[in-house]
Design a binder for this molecule. Structure first.
Ligand code: UDX
Length: 497
């Protein structure tokens, strides 16, 4: 099928390469000529495990092209909308300007068709009601049909999530009268649906709500455990004990129950705020009032790390602090609303000499925080530090050898902002270790379960939890994408075992 993907940012670029992988003839369009040139040259504009190969395969097979011109996509059968919907500068709501501009530009080139319809398929995260408004405009053109097909991909797992999603959601104007467009989108996704992925058809508004509700639920789950983490700090309990035991209840589940410095990135923070704004616009603001608290808990964790640094060092002015991690999560070079970078900025504002290291995100981090001192090599970054902060749980930081690291720093003090280090091992190696939600001294009454720390981002579930039925298999699967960043030159020196 002839497919266009309009907006080749994170979502759109991965979707375009994914559709070429499924065998379609794909043109990706973006107004950013630099990005288009980069993609056409087979260079990924972001770090995403497995994306480079998929992109290059599509280009080499001649199934994938990129353009800045709407005329080049006019004849496609299916147009996906992959535009970003960031937080508005003047409030919580979503900024839909580029989505509307793209729809206007597309409408201007779409030919009227009889016979099989031309599909426009929205993938962007939007407030409920957006699709119906866009459909009014687009469906004035003969033969054009709009579907809303939200995207649930996670950074770091984007290729696997695109080719082997948990579920596929189609939002249509009228589920009783949408056979032609449903069949057409089924053809696009045939290899995915044939593999047994469930496909759900519903109204536009439900499809829009599924996406924002999913992200709001995930954010709530993280803030819930982080609120418990505050209780743990007040009582001397260990949040990793609590979350492990909670997660063993199948009704709760262990995923997204990792306490720490909280959620960031280009989706969760702005999506919950846009959801709050949308509920208020609809006159039901009270329904999502709790999401303000979810946001507040998340912000508090960042501030708490800075307080901990003060408790350990006293006044921060002139102190040398090394931050391990800049990306909002491991296996990503994305620094949008990164908790690690916000903490680094707050420490800098307090007068500390901050050095940030990260395997992939330093270039983006420098563009984000003015005057940020970055060092690529972990050992070099640690050298001379009076305090180390682990804020993004890249495997190389989780696997640091505390004895070797102790030789490099000026004083062996560490804050584990992701509760992933084994406090006993680190303390035994001479470190003063503080961790969000974990006791300062070894636990008084030892628990039965070994509690070295929490699994890293979306690691395969613990042994007690059967793998989810939808767990994708190796090649593009979730496990396959974990911690794949290039080796750290210092890794042999610094990692344990
Ligand atoms: C998210 C959704 O998961 C995805 O379905 C949606 O399409 C886009 O938004 P992403 O932004 O890639 O994906 O990151 P995600 O893996 O959800 O992590 C978000 C943030 O939460 C990260 O900063 C991560 O460190 C944090 N997190 C995650 C926790 O603090 N604790 C957890 O238990 C899980």
């Amino acid at each position: 099928m002839k497919i266009s993907v309009i907006g080749v940012g994170y979502l759109g670029a991965v979707h375009a390469a994914g559709m070429a992988e499924l065998g379609h003839d794909v043109v990706g369009l973006d107004v950013d000529a630099r990005r288009v040139r980069q993609l056409e040259a087979g260079r990924a504009p972001f770090h995403e495990p497995g994306f480079d190969e998929t992109l290059r395969r599509g280009l080499d097979l001649g199934r994938l092209r990129f353009t800045t011109e709407y005329e080049d996509i006019a004849g496609a059968d299916v147009h996906f909308l992959g535009l970003g919907t960031p937080q508005r500068a003047d409030g919580f709501g979503a900024d839909l300007a580029s989505l509307h501009a793209a729809v206007d530009a597309l409408a201007a080139v779409l030919p009227a068709r009889d016979g099989s319809p031309t599909l426009v398929v929205g993938k962007s995260t939007v407030p409920a009601g957006t699709a119906r408004g866009l459909a009014e405009r687009l469906e004035r053109i003969e033969g054009v049909r709009l579907l809303w097909n939200p995207e649930f991909l996670r950074e770091g797992f984007a290729v696997g999530d695109t080719l082997e999603p948990d579920r596929v959601v189609y939002g249509v104007r009228d589920p009783e009268a949408a056979d032609a467009e449903i069949r057409m989108l089924d053809t696009v996704y045939a290899p995915i649906l044939d593999g047994g992925t469930p496909r759900l058809v519903m109204g536009y508004e439900a499809a829009e709500l599924v996406k924002v509700s999913a992200n709001a639920f995930l954010a709530t789950k993280i803030s819930f455990i982080n609120a418990i983490s505050e209780l743990c700090e007040a009582t001397g309990a260990d949040v990793t004990d609590v979350s492990r035991a909670l997660g063993m209840d199948d009704r709760i589940g262990s995923r997204f129950l990792r306490a720490g410095v909280g959620f960031g990135g280009g989706c969760l923070p702005k999506d919950i705020r846009a959801f709050i704004a949308s509920a208020e616009d609809l006159g039901v603001g009270q329904s999502l009032g709790f999401l303000r608290e979810v946001d507040a808990i998340n912000q508090r964790r960042r501030v708490r790390v800075v307080e901990l640094a003060r408790e350990m060092l006293g006044p921060l002015r002139g102190r040398r602090i090394t931050v391990l991690g800049a990306a909002f999560k491991p296996d990503s070079d994305d620094v949008r609303d990164s908790p690690a970078l916000e903490v680094a900025s707050r420490l800098m504002a307090a007068g500390a000499h901050v050095t940030v290291t990260d395997p992939e995100a330093l270039k983006n981090a420098r563009g984000h925080v003015e005057g940020l001192v970055t060092v690529e090599d972990t050992a070099e970054a640690l050298r001379g530090a009076e305090l180390v902060l682990l804020l993004t749980e890249w495997r190389r930081y989780r696997d640091l050898d505390p004895s070797v690291a102790a030789e490099l720093v000026a004083a062996p003090r560490i804050i584990d902002g992701r509760a992933v280090l084994d406090p006993r091992t680190w303390r035994a190696a001479g470190w003063e270790l503080r961790a969000l939600g974990r006791p300062d001294a070894p636990a008084r009454a030892g628990t039965q379960v070994e509690t070295a720390g929490q699994p890293a981002a979306d690691e395969p579930p613990a042994a007690h939890e059967p793998p989810a039925a939808h767990e994708p298999p190796a090649a593009h699967g979730r496990a396959a994408a974990a911690s794949t960043a290039g080796p750290d030159p210092a890794a042999p020196l610094l990692s344990r075992g």
